[in-house]
Design a protein around this ligand. Sequence first.
Ligand SMILES: O=C(CO)[C@H](O)[C@H](O)COP(=O)(O)O
Length: 156
Amino acid sequence: MKIAMASDHAGFSLKNEIKAYLEEQGHEVLDFGTNSEESCDLPDYIYPASLAVAEGKAERGIFVDGVGYGSAMIANKIHGLYAAVCQDPFCAQLARSHSNTNVLCIGGKIIGSAIALEVVKAWMTTEYLSDMPKYTLRVDKVKEISERHLKKISEI
Ligand SMILES: O=C(CO)[C@H](O)[C@H](O)COP(=O)(O)O
């Protein structure tokens, strides 16, 4: 799978560890930076990576900052992106099986690399339960909100 990755300074080190793990698993990573621990502004990196997912250049995104929510705030403002902050594998599993998210956000100040890799593994390997109407109905309702409030990438 093609994965867009991005981070700020606080997620830089964990981004690199996750990137190495994904590449080991045979995935292709498009790395949108940042490229050091020098202080930077999260939107400068998460927005271009989010656009890559929205435009279909990557199938999914994995974004890392200090605590995760900043990346999710940015990603969830883009049409077609559904981002969840997951700091444990159970949450990551449900973010796929119940919610069909296509963006995973992790906080490098919250979890260490061992748990983070478990989170990534759970999120990457869990299928959406597309044959369970209670989940598809909810996901469709979220999509409908997005259709009503977010501009499509082709309209920008
Ligand atoms: O977690 C974050 C957003 O969700 C950021 O990484 C955090 O706010 C960065 O803070 P600082 O510049 O003080 O390192």
